[in-house]
Design a protein around this ligand. Structure first.
Ligand code: GLP
Length: 240
């Protein structure tokens, strides 16, 4: 079932998402968290770091991230390894060996295969955090992705590369490939927690929720999950 939570603004929505994650970790200290990157998630991590300073321990949590750019070593400022360290992992008490992100600096096929095997070993994700791309992508599952797609190497659409351009330095090119968790893996999580805010996400959200369930909008697959909550704000959710 899908629950839509329309919050007055982006900040309130991010705080509510962080609260749900913190509550899960408080009641299930050894939870497996599926984590996401992107501008949308920065305030969520800021709230979780604050919760940690106020006493919430992540010491037994395991985390798996959705995706990574191919061709970026972990210490590249725009890798999702760096993003996670900067916004979350370096500021909480999760031991390094309990956090997993696909490698962007290996042979792409090998990196995808290793990550798929790791996800199998770790077992079900208790809570998967998700953003939504401008074109309705989830993780880096672009339009055209079937519902049962495996964890794999993908080519990024021009639209996605354009949307993420803002994070890269001038003159630097946005990678054209990534390793992403597949839609099958994402949908196998026990619960999904989605955050999509701001007017740039309005079209993707209405396609996801009011259009057909279709590969044209991978976020529409969220409607088929047994426990998905979508937090949005007025700017993204006004026409829902
Ligand atoms: C990126 C990520 C997604 C993220 C989305 C939205 O490309 N791979 O996991 O949800 O695009 O990003 P943002 O929050 O910056 O809009």
């Amino acid at each position: 079932s899908l629950t839509l939570k329309l919050m007055p603004d982006a900040e309130t929505a991010a705080a509510a998402v962080a609260r749900q994650i913190a509550e899960l970790v408080a009641t299930r200290p050894d939870a497996v968290l599926g984590l996401a990157t992107g501008g949308t998630m920065e305030p969520v991590y800021a709230h979780l770091v604050r919760a940690h300073r106020e006493g919430l321990s992540f010491a037994r949590v395991r985390t798996v991230n959705l995706d990574e750019y191919m061709g970026l070593p972990p210490d590249h400022p725009n890798s999702y390894h760096s993003y996670m360290a900067r916004h979350f992992l370096d500021h909480v008490d999760i031991p390094h060996e309990q956090s997993f992100i696909p490698r962007g600096d290996q042979n792409a096929e090998a990196s995808a295969r290793d990550y798929a095997a790791l996800l199998d070993r770790i077992g079900p994700v208790d809570l998967q955090l998700l953003g939504v791309g401008h074109n309705g992508h989830i993780a880096f599952n672009e339009p055209g992705t079937s519902i049962d797609a495996p964890t794999r190497v993908v080519r990024l659409s021009d639209e996605t590369r354009r949307a993420n351009r803002r994070f890269f330095a001038e003159g630097e090119s946005v990678p054209s490939e990534a390793v992403t968790m597949g839609t099958a893996q994402i949908l196998s999580a026990r619960s999904l927690l989605t955050l999509a805010v701001g007017e740039a996400k309005a079209a993707a959200l209405s396609a996801a929720l009011d259009g057909p369930v279709s590969p044209d909008c991978p976020a529409s697959y969220l409607r088929l999950h047994h426990s998905c909550t979508i937090f949005t704000d007025e700017a993204a959710g006004f026409n829902l």
